[in-house]
Design a protein around this ligand. Structure first.
Ligand SMILES: [Zn+2]
Ligand SMILES: [Zn+2]
Length: 424
């Protein structure tokens, strides 16, 4: 029987059972906690057919770092963000150079702000500034690539494709430094950042953001390196290529399909970016996936932290060009139900019928008004951060049969076991 389980871990992690296969979408903060949750709540698990990482934020990716070590089950495929390819060769072969570059950019940033510019901002405000900068830089680079493609390329070909992606990153690992050596480089960078903050050579909040970039670099390197060491197949899903064409492609048709990315067949040759842009996990680029519904079962949309749109206020929906399914879907609450991503709610509800929103992760700042405005039958939670409920898995049975395929749809057939959502 198909089902969706929101695992009771810190951060966000969902397990989908479909066609007798298991798909894990994100891993929360901590690998040990994740492995324990999988053992406890999915007793029959011997194999994860697909493990998806939607983006590099720690509450989604941290738990995937050593999952392969703690797990007593096998992993067949890892689906990772294509943006990581922009930094991975360097991260694997020359982690010290990446850290030096990052420190150099930190020193350089100071000239760009006056103390007054950022005086009133808290850590989150700083985060927004740098993420917006990273997103803007990537957009500029894409516009350049678009021109290049228009100018040089005939129908059906592209000049931005590098070598085939099938042996990436395996082909990089030959001369890569031992893991311990790279760990020393990351630690050296962290010390250098803290030193600058202590000596007032860097703003404390900016330094904190840079420490996050070092952590992201470490997560990306370790996930890729462990996949290679354990012989797990890696598939890459790129938001940047989607942003150029607006047509998502790849994945497994009818089983799990990308909504805002293109599965890469070749390593793209792209404009050089700053390390800030390469290592900032921009929410706009968070990967979203779709397990389509049919007569026998509900579908699932995995939103991660994606606003499911871009442009001003993320108002241009990624779903515009996509035919809506005939049957309802269950949705993971975008960005943990945060009000920042309220626009994703509009994109989804104007696209198709939503049977249920499942919320997990996040802090007491989330969820926002749009989530709390849902009726109690339309939402489920692993814990309601403001009510201090202990984490509990939320399970949604996705199997039919369904009598009608349009509202009013016979809701009681939806089998949900979760906390009665007390988010208010
Ligand atoms: Zn998140
Ligand atoms: Zn709740």
């Amino acid at each position: 029987m198909d089902k969706l389980i929101a695992l009771p871990v810190s951060g966000e992690s969902f397990l989908l059972r479909r066609d007798d296969k298991h798909v894990l979408v994100d891993g929360g903060y901590n690998s040990r906690e994740l492995a324990r949750a999988l053992r406890t709540h999915v007793a029959s698990l011997t194999c994860l057919d697909v493990v998806v990482c939607t983006h590099a934020d720690r509450d989604h990716s941290g738990g995937l770092v050593s999952l392969l070590e703690h797990a007593d089950f096998s992993v067949k495929e890892l689906w990772l963000p294509g943006a990581w390819i922009d930094v991975l060769p360097e991260l694997i072969l020359e982690p010290a150079a990446v850290m030096d570059g990052l420190l150099n950019e930190l020193d350089h940033q100071q000239g760009d702000f006056t103390a007054e510019d950022i005086a009133d901002l808290d850590g989150e405000g700083i985060e927004r500034i740098f993420e917006a900068r990273a997103a803007e830089e990537k957009k500029r680079a894409r516009r350049f690539e678009e021109r290049r493609v228009d100018r040089n390329v005939g129908e059906g070909e592209t000049d931005i494709d590098g070598p085939p992606v099938s042996d990436f990153p395996q082909s990089l690992m030959g001369d890569a430094p031992l893991d311990l050596e790279s760990a020393r480089e990351f630690e050296r960078a962290r010390r250098a950042i803290r030193y600058r903050a202590a000596r007032k050579k860097a703003d404390v909040r900016v330094a904190h953001y840079w420490l996050g970039l070092v952590k992201t670099a470490q997560i990306i390197r370790e996930i890729a390196a462990k996949a290679v060491l354990r012989g797990v197949k890696v598939r890459w899903f790129d938001f940047g290529e989607f942003a150029l064409t607006r047509i998502a492609s790849g994945g497994e048709k009818g089983f799990l399909e990308p909504l805002n990315s293109v599965e890469l067949r070749a390593v793209p040759r792209r404009a050089t970016l700053s390390y800030l842009a390469k290592l900032s996990a921009v929410n706009e680029e968070c990967l979203a996936f779709f397990a389509p519904p049919d007569v026998t079962r509900l579908g699932v949309v995995f939103c991660g932290d994606s606003p499911l749109g871009d442009g001003t206020g993320y108002g241009t929906s990624f779903l515009d060009k996509r035919i809506a399914p005939d049957f309802p879907v269950v949705v993971t609450a975008p960005h943990h139900g945060s009000q920042n991503n309220a626009v994703a709610y509009d994109h989804l509800t104007s696209w198709t019928d939503i049977a249920l929103w499942v919320r997990t992760g996040g802090s007491a700042k989330q969820p926002g008004k749009w989530f709390m405005d849902l009726s109690s039958g339309e939402r489920a939670c692993t814990h309601c951060p403001r009510s201090g409920l202990t984490k509990q898995k939320a399970t949604v049975g996705l199997g039919g049969p369904f009598w009608t395929h349009r509202w009013p749809w016979h809701g009681p057939l939806l089998r949900v076991s979760a906390h009665e959502c007390e988010c208010k």
